[in-house]
Design a protein around this ligand. Structure first.
Ligand code: GDP
Length: 195
C-alpha cells in the first residue's frame, strides 16, 4: 500500500471515543520500548507522528491513527513496564480485553517482539489471549538490523517455539531503522483488511 495520508485521531480512554465510521482496524501490541512507535512511523513514512518512547505510564490510552482514509492503526499501551501499579495493570487488562472482544472492525493484531530477545512472559500471555479470542495475529520481529542475517533463523525459531505459534499466523522480520519488512507487512495488512 502506498501511504498518501496519515493523521493522529485520538488518544481514547473510553469506548465511546473510538471512531464510528467502521473503517478496518489493525491493532499493535507489544512491551514498552519494543519499537512500536518507530514501526508505526516507518510504516506511514513519518518521522514523528507516533511519539517514540511514548510515556510508559499511560496504560489507558488507545492511540488511533487514520491511514489513507482506508484503515486505522490502533496503538495499544506498551506492557511490561515495571513501575506500573497492579491496579493500572488491571485497568489495562480490562480495557484491552473489552476492545478485543467487542471491536467489530478489528481485522488483525500485530504483536511486536524484539528479535534479539526471547519473548517475555507478557508476550506469551498476550499471544495466548489473542488466540483465545480467535483473532488473526502477525508477529512482527523488529530491530532485525541488530542481528546478522546468518542468525535470523535461530532467533525466529526461539520466538515461534516460545509463543507456540499457530500454523496460520505469520512472522515478519522488520527494522524501523533499516526499512526491512515494510512492503511485506503492508501486503499482509492489505490482505486482512480486504477480507
Ligand atoms: P515503543 O516504546 O515501543 O514505542 O518504542 P520506540 O519506538 O520508542 O523505540 C524504543 C527504542 O528502540 C528507541 O530508542 C528506538 O530508536 C529504538 N528502535 C526502535 N525500532 C528500532 C529498529 O528497528 N532498529 C533499531 N536499531 N532500533 C530501533
Amino acid at each position: 500500500m502506498k501511504v498518501t495520508s496519515s493523521e493522529f485521531i485520538i488518544s481514547a480512554v473510553r469506548p465511546e471515543q473510538y471512531p464510528e465510521d467502521g473503517l478496518p482496524e489493525v491493532a499493535l501490541a507489544g512491551r514498552s520500548n519494543v519499537g512500536k512507535s518507530s514501526l508505526i512511523n516507518r510504516m506511514i513514512n513519518r518521522k514523528n507522528l507516533a511519539r517514540t518512547s511514548s510515556t510508559p505510564g499511560k496504560t489507558q490510552h488507545l492511540n488511533y491513527y487514520r491511514i489513507n482514509d482506508a484503515l486505522y492503526f490502533v496503538d495499544f499501551p506498551g506492557y511490561g513496564y515495571a513501575k506500573v501499579s497492579k491496579v493500572q495493570r488491571q485497568v489495562w487488562g480490562k480495557m484491552i480485553e473489552e476492545f478485543l472482544t467487542v471491536r467489530e472492525p478489528l481485522k488483525l493484531v500485530l504483536l511486536i517482539i524484539d528479535l534479539r530477545h526471547p519473548p517475555s512472559k507478557d508476550d506469551e500471555l498476550m499471544y495466548d489471549w489473542l488466540k483465545h479470542y480467535d483473532l488473526p495475529v502477525c508477529v512482527v520481529a523488529t530491530k532485525a538490523d541488530k542481528i546478522p542475517k546468518s542468525r535470523w533463523q535461530k532467533h525466529i525459531k526461539i520466538i515461534k517455539d516460545a509463543l507456540v505459534m499457530r500454523a496460520g499466523d505469520e512472522l515478519i522480520m522488520f527494522s524501523s531503522e533499516a526499512g526491512i519488512g515494510k512492503d511485506q507487512l503492508w501486503s499482509l495488512i492489505s490482505r486482512h483488511i480486504e477480507d
